[in-house]
Design a protein around this ligand. Structure first.
Ligand SMILES: [Zn+2]
Length: 200
């Protein structure tokens, strides 16, 4: 019973998991076979060693660059700025975006003590400057933050930060259609694809 309670408690540290859901997780694991559980435990135990954040876009990878940044077929002059890794994955699932990303690590949220310095905004700035120094295509920065008050605050902050580069870059936002207050990760693929095509 002790392991059951302990494991249950561990699951509740995950976002959105309450005690009832945690019980379901533990019971479901009980039904898997031993090898699967060992693999599961091994992956968790090695998580920090094996998974690293991409030093360019802050998505996950196994080296210092993720597979998106390493893909020569993707358009490096387009950077889609998202709050979270799960938002990036939602856009990837649409299969309709061939540029690069920049994961901020959240949105400016004074209530939770997340200020601009905690996000990767200065790294974004540096990245854009590097692209500009290569004098290739005019970079497009797509602000794909969630249409929430915190997402909007963050978008305005970034726009302001990039103001001095405004003649050299194009800043766009996702088109309307995503309902207000929805986190990007929960938007269905068709709506997201549409918002991507109608960016302005
Ligand atoms: Zn990357």
């Amino acid at each position: 019973m002790k392991s059951f309670t302990k494991l249950k408690k561990l699951f509740t540290i995950l976002p959105g998991v309450g005690p009832r859901q945690a019980t379901r997780f533990v019971l479901s694991l009980l039904n898997r076979d031993e090898t699967e559980l060992v693999e599961f435990a091994r992956l968790i135990a090695n998580l920090k060693q094996e998974i690293k954040l991409c030093t360019q876009c802050f998505y996950v990878g196994e080296t210092d660059r993720c597979y998106i940044c390493l893909n020569p077929k993707r358009d490096a002059s387009k950077i889609m700025v998202v709050e979270k890794i799960s938002d990036l994955e939602s856009v990837e699932r649409t299969g309709h975006y061939q540029g690069h990303y920049h994961v901020l690590g959240g949105a400016i949220n004074p209530i939770d003590g997340i200020n601009a310095e905690r996000l990767t905004i200065s790294q974004l700035n540096q990245r854009i400057k590097n692209i500009l120094s290569q004098k290739n295509k005019k970079p497009e920065i797509i602000l794909a933050l969630s249409p929430t008050p915190f997402g909007n605050t963050t978008a305005i902050y970034i726009e302001d930060k990039l103001k001095k580069l405004q003649d050299q870059i194009q800043i766009t936002r996702l088109g309307r259609g995503i309902s207000f207050g929805t986190s990007l990760e929960y938007v269905d693929e068709i709506t997201l694809k549409d918002a991507l095509e109608r960016r302005n």
